[in-house]
Design a protein around this ligand. Structure first.
Ligand code: DAH
Length: 340
C-alpha cells in the first residue's frame, strides 16, 4: 500500500509539473483528487487493510492529499502569473510610436485682422466697446442725423425686425450709445457685425464687419483725423501702398471723406474686384457733425470730434490678397488653412 502511495505521489508530481494551462491543471486535479480519482480510489481500498495499518495509511493518504492540494494551488498561482505576464507583453503599448495629431484650429483671418486693429488702437489710448446688432431706428439712423423719410436713408437699406427695430446697417450707432453715457473726452473703437440688403458678389455679403472709431475732445481737427488714419493704414498695409482721401458725404459728419486703397489684385489697373476703378474703398470718415453732438447733449461750441468706420473684410482682402469676399464665410478648410 505504501509503495502505491509513493508511486502515486511521484506520478502526481510529474503530471503537475507538466501542466501548461489552467485547463490541464483541472484535469490533473480531477485525476488525483476527484470523486473517481486515484487518491480517492486508494482511500476506498483501505477497507481491505488490516485494522492496525489503517491509521498509519490513513494519515499518509491525508498528508499526500494536502501535499497535492498545495502543489496544485502553487501551480495555479504560477500559471496565473504567467498568463498575466503573457497578456501584459502582448498588449504592451509602444509609446515611442508617434501619435496621430488631431486637427488643430486656428484664428479666422477676419479675427486676425480685428485683433490687429484692436491692438493698434488700444496702444493709442482707445477703449474697445460693443453695441447691439439688433438696433432701434433711433440709434441706427435718427440720432445720426438721418431723419425719417429723408433721402440719405437710401444709402443703407437694412433688414427690419419691426417698424422701429432693425439689424444695424453700420457700427455708427455705438457712437451715440457711448456719448449718451459718457462725458468727453471720448476715445473708442467699436468692432462688430453689420447687415445690409446687398446682393452677394465678389465684394458684397449681407453681413460684414466694421470697426467704428470716435474721438471727441476740446480740440480735434481734420489734420488729426488724417494723421490717425495714415497711422492706421500704414500699420495694416505697410509703408508705400497708395491711398487717397476722397471728399464724400455722411449725414453724421461734416466734412466727410472716404479712404481708398490701391486695388491689391490689379495694382490699380482695374479689375473685377475693384469694379474696374483701380481703387478699393476701405473706410468712411469725417468730423462729427455739430448736430450729432447736440443730439447727445454735448456742447458743439466746446467739443469737436472725428470719426471713422472701417470695413474689416476689405482690409483682410487687401492684406491677404483675397479676390472674393465670400471665401471668408464659406468655411472651406483649404482656404482657412492658409492662415495658420
Ligand atoms: N457708417 C458709415 C458706413 O457704414 C461709415 C462711416 C463714415 C463711419 C463716416 C463713420 C464716419 O464713423 O465718420 O458707411
Amino acid at each position: 500500500m505504501q509503495e502505491r502511495l509513493k508511486t502515486l505521489k511521484a506520478d502526481a508530481w510529474q503530471d503537475i509539473t507538466a501542466v501548461k494551462d489552467s485547463k490541464e491543471l483541472d484535469e490533473v486535479r480531477v485525476r488525483y483528487l476527484g470523486r473517481k480519482g486515484e487518491l480517492t480510489g486508494l482511500l476506498r481500498g483501505m477497507g481491505q487493510l488490516p485494522a492496525e495499518e489503517r491509521p498509519t495509511v490513513g494519515r499518509l493518504v491525508n498528508e499526500l492529499r494536502s501535499e497535492l492540494e498545495s502543489s496544485l494551488e502553487a501551480k495555479r498561482e504560477a500559471l496565473e502569473q504567467e498568463e498575466l505576464e503573457q497578456s501584459l507583453k502582448s498588449e504592451m503599448l509602444d509609446i515611442s510610436l508617434p501619435g496621430r495629431q488631431p486637427g488643430r484650429g486656428h484664428i479666422h483671418p477676419l479675427n486676425l485682422v480685428l485683433d490687429e486693429i484692436k491692438q493698434l488702437f488700444i496702444s493709442m489710448g482707445f477703449q474697445v466697446v460693443e453695441g447691439p446688432e439688433v438696433e432701434t431706428d433711433y440709434y441706427n439712423f435718427e440720432a445720426l442725423n438721418l431723419p425719417p423719410d429723408h433721402p440719405t436713408r437710401d444709402m443703407q437699406d437694412t433688414f427690419f425686425v419691426s417698424k422701429d427695430i432693425l439689424l444695424r446697417s453700420q457700427t455708427s450707432p455705438v457712437q451715440i450709445r457711448v456719448m449718451e453715457n459718457q462725458k468727453p473726452p471720448v476715445r473708442i473703437i467699436a468692432p462688430g457685425k453689420v447687415y445690409r440688403v446687398d446682393d452677394l458678389d465678389a465684394t458684397h455679403t449681407p453681413m460684414f464687419h466694421q470697426v467704428e472709431g470716435l474721438l471727441i475732445d476740446e480740440s480735434a481737427t481734420f489734420g488729426d483725423l488724417k494723421g490717425l488714419l495714415n497711422v492706421f493704414i500704414e500699420a495694416m498695409f505697410g509703408k508705400g501702398r497708395k491711398i487717397r482721401f476722397r471728399p464724400s458725404f455722411f449725414p453724421f459728419t461734416e466734412p466727410s471723406a472716404e479712404v481708398d486703397v490701391e486695388c491689391i489684385m490689379c495694382s490699380g489697373a482695374g479689375c473685377r474686384v475693384c469694379s474696374q476703378t483701380g481703387w478699393l474703398e476701405i473706410l468712411g470718415s469725417g468730423m462729427v457733425d455739430p448736430r450729432v453732438l447736440q443730439i447727445v447733449g454735448y456742447d458743439p461750441e466746446r467739443y469737436q470730434g472725428l470719426a471713422f468706420g472701417v470695413g474689416v473684410e476689405r482690409i483682410a482682402m487687401l492684406k491677404y490678397g483675397i479676390a472674393d469676399i465670400r471665401l471668408l464665410f464659406e468655411n472651406d478648410l483649404r482656404f482657412l488653412g492658409q492662415f495658420k
